[in-house]
Design a protein around this ligand. Structure first.
Ligand SMILES: NC(=O)c1ccc[n+]([C@@H]2O[C@H](COP(=O)([O-])OP(=O)(O)OC[C@H]3O[C@@H](n4cnc5c(N)ncnc54)[C@H](OP(=O)(O)O)[C@@H]3O)[C@@H](O)[C@H]2O)c1
Length: 327
């Protein structure tokens, strides 16, 4: 885990107790984030201790290829944003307001997620922001023109002046669509090129090692570590950033720890919930990993963004968390 390549990419985080910069490059601590944003409270209904969080700018990761700084926690939109765009959507408006309040910017969508791209666009208008890091995908087997038409439509729906990241969704029509993305990047119509995939990691590795990508998007969590051995190492070696889909395995991870108390050592990393531990597990990997949890609820958004404060899990604690999940 501590090969020179990995160590050279290790982030520098602030510890929750104060200015404890960890060794390495990549992550820029935010001084306002050095103050803990977490207050302990008591849930009146369950009488359990809870953590209240209030927004403080989360830490940012330096993208390996460009050096651009991106907030370490993004926002997914699969299912949660597939709602009627013309409705009030009060809960989602609050999710977006809180996301921006925490200093968030990277939102990931796809034409596959039905109304989600349009909902991103309408919510941005409602909260008066258009300065997102817009990430979406091209997802069609019907060739070059169909891909272009789809991407132009996505741009309109999301209200993006220009795309930041476009990804070939699940490697569909890979060769054709990737060529268009590369051309669009050369023309300045998008800034970063990526692919997403959930199973065929060998193909993704080939693309990474042949330096065709700026980003990949793959599943990675404490319980799903298929990409850990080879693919994430290849990303470190080739300077590719990693969007982490399904960081909670669509919520299943919470079921796996139901009724369990947080380990005492969670406090060493400023983590006050299982969700924060799960995200800090991902952030603790030395590749440039950016989890994109999806939520429809503002209090979950707060929980998720708070994982971007304080230190990520170190390797020993990552192993301890795996053991807890293994029962
Ligand atoms: N092939 C692909 O390209 C691909 C595939 C899958 C996913 N993705 C991307 O990755 C994103 C994330 O994956 P995902 O949405 O499948 O799953 P996920 O983020 O692992 O889990 C989302 C679920 O977790 C719950 N949740 C979120 N925060 C929580 C918290 N703090 N405490 C308790 N529950 C919480 C949400 O429910 P609430 O609404 O109740 O909070 C939701 O049901 C997607 O939205 C999408 O953008 C891409």
């Amino acid at each position: 885990m501590d090969s020179p390549a990995r160590t050279s990419n290790r982030r520098a985080f602030l510890g929750s107790a104060g200015l404890m910069a960890l060794a390495g490059l990549g992550l820029i601590p935010n001084t306002s984030a050095a103050k803990s944003a977490v207050k302990k409270g008591v849930d009146r209904r369950s009488n359990k201790r809870t953590a209240e969080v209030s927004p403080a700018a989360i830490q940012r990761l330096r993208l390996p290829k460009s050096g651009e700084l991106v907030p370490v926690i993004g926002l997914g939109t699969s299912r949660t944003f597939d709602v009627d765009p013309s409705a009030e959507n009060t809960a989602l408006v609050e999710v977006m307001q809180r996301f921006f309040a925490w200093g968030g910017s990277l939102i990931d969508s796809s034409p596959m997620y039905k109304r989600s791209e349009e909902v991103v666009g309408t919510l941005c208008k409602k909260v008066g922001r258009d300065d997102l890091f817009f990430a979406t995908k091209v997802w069609t087997p019907e060739g070059k023109q169909a891909g272009i038409k789809q991407m132009e439509r996505s741009q309109e729906l999301m209200g993006a002046a220009r795309f930041d990241l476009l990804q070939v969704h699940n490697l569909v029509d890979l060769k054709v669509q990737l060529q268009t993305l590369t051309e669009w990047k050369q023309q300045g119509r998008l800034r970063y090129v990526g692919v997403t995939e959930m199973k065929d990691f060998a193909t993704v590795e080939e693309l990474v090692t042949s330096d065709q990508l700026d980003f990949i998007q793959i599943p990675y969590s404490v319980n799903d570590r298929r990409v850990e051995e080879r693919l994430l190492q290849a990303c470190i070696d080739h300077g590719v950033a990693v969007l982490v889909m399904r960081p909670y395995e669509r919520g299943r991870l919470f079921g796996a720890v139901k009724g369990k108390d947080l380990p005492e050592w969670a406090a060493d990393f400023g983590a006050t919930s299982w969700g924060q531990l799960f995200l800090k597990f991902i952030l603790g990997h030395p590749a440039a990993t950016l989890p994109i949890p999806a939520t429809s609820k503002a209090h979950h958004l707060d929980d998720n963004m708070a994982a971007g404060l304080g230190a990520p899990l170190d390797e020993a604690s990552r192993r301890k968390l795996i053991k807890i999940l293994q029962g």
